[in-house]
Design a protein around this ligand. Structure first.
Ligand code: NAI
Ligand SMILES: Cc1ncc(C=O)c(C(=O)O)c1O
Length: 311
């Protein structure tokens, strides 16, 4: 059996859809990218052109025959598909209704992989007719550049679909990380633990946003990009970890809700790049420039990381 599905369908062409579709297509799959919104499809076509250039620059695995087609006709997008990747907004009821709509149109053997950031797969599958076919496939943003995917079975997911998804992820040269189900999965539990503390430090005025970004980028990000947290403890010494965690853990932020200053920014329409202002302000052209700098930096860092030993 060939490792990649011949035909795959991506549902939702917002931030994540075009990069996911392009990654599969570059590895040789025929991909249909579907969205309920015609405007979103128009934006996705432009995004796809940029993503293709990035994949060329990063030298991602390339196979002949892959393609992406775009559209708002769901049945056309689903015809003969083997794998559906759901990437609609992170709202449980919306995802459930999309899953119900999909199930009414496909055969029982089609796998549905959800790109949810952390809604438990079993919760999402509760209302499905074939819950065995649903599996978590959590890509990291930007999906065409971060070569790791979390694979999360729910309590009803068929074991053969777990094996098949791992095989598919390996076929486009990404690293699959198989996890047990837990809200947020592993990546976002770690990221949101960091972000919770970061937002508390900003709210308390302990550090400026520029200082925080420099500290986390060099003191944590740079180091962790070479050595994972488990081996980092060996490098630091478990005795040091005990000495520090025994007084520090109890002092760390333990809020259970989004910080008030973030809620205020959202209420004022400050969402980040998509609204030209969020944590930082952006003038004319600044967002496009920052996006380019980030992509250029990620390409350079990925090439470097790929060339050094996995410690
Ligand atoms: N943005 C990010 O950094 C990441 C997001 N995710 C997850 O991926 C999923 C998608 O996220 P984004 O791409 O950021 O969302 P987005 O809001 O940028 O795009 C979602 C797209 O889904 C479309 N849509 C809405 N209802 C639909 C329906 N019924 N049928 C088909 N399309 C529909 C929208 O028109 C929109 O184009 C979410 O579950 C999110 O949590 C996962 C990893 C990273
Ligand atoms: C803030 C944030 N939240 C969720 C995700 C992914 O699910 C990401 C990401 O970068 O992938 C993120 O930055």
């Amino acid at each position: 059996m060939s490792s990649l599905p011949t035909i795959a369908t991506v549902i939702g062409s917002g931030t994540m859809g075009p990069g996911i579709a392009a990654t599969l297509a570059r590895a040789g799959a025929t991909v249909r990218l579907y969205d309920i919104s015609a405007d979103a499809i128009t934006r996705a076509e432009a995004a796809y052109d940029m993503v293709r250039g990035v994949l060329e620059a990063v030298d991602s695995p390339s196979a002949p025959g892959g393609s992406v087609t775009f559209g708002t006709d769901l049945d056309a997008a689903l015809a003969d598909t083997e794998l559906i990747i759901e990437a609609v907004p992170e709202k449980l009821e919306l995802k459930r209704s999309v899953l119900a709509d999909l199930e009414a149109r496909i055969g029982d053997d089609v796998i549905i992989a959800t790109n949810t950031s952390g809604i438990p797969i079993s919760t999402m599958a509760e209302s499905m007719t074939v819950p065995a076919r649903l599996i978590g496939m959590h890509w990291s943003n930007p999906p065409h550049l971060i070569p790791m995917i979390e694979v999360i079975p729910g309590n009803a997911t068929a074991p053969e679909h777990v094996d098949r998804l791992i095989e598919i992820v390996k076929a486009f040269n990404y690293v699959p990380v198989l996890e047990k189900e837990i809200p947020g999965f592993v990546e976002n539990r770690v990221l949101y633990a960091i972000l919770r503390e970061c937002m508390a430090l900003l709210e308390e005025g302990i550090v400026t946003p520029e200082g925080l970004d420099a500290c986390v980028k060099w003191g944590i990000g740079y180091k962790l990009s070479v050595v994972g947290p488990t081996r980092l403890l060996d490098m630091a010494g478990l005795d040091i970890y005990q000495a520090v965690s025994s007084y520090l853990n109890k002092d760390l932020d333990n809020s259970t809700d989004t910080p008030e200053f973030i809620k205020d920014k959202i209420a004022a329409g400050q969402l980040g790049f998509k609204s030209n202002g969020g944590m930082y302000e952006y003038g004319e052209g600044d967002v496009d420039a920052k996006r380019k700098e980030i992509i250029t930096g990620l390409i350079a860092a990925r090439k470097t990381l790929a060339s050094i030993p996995n410690v």
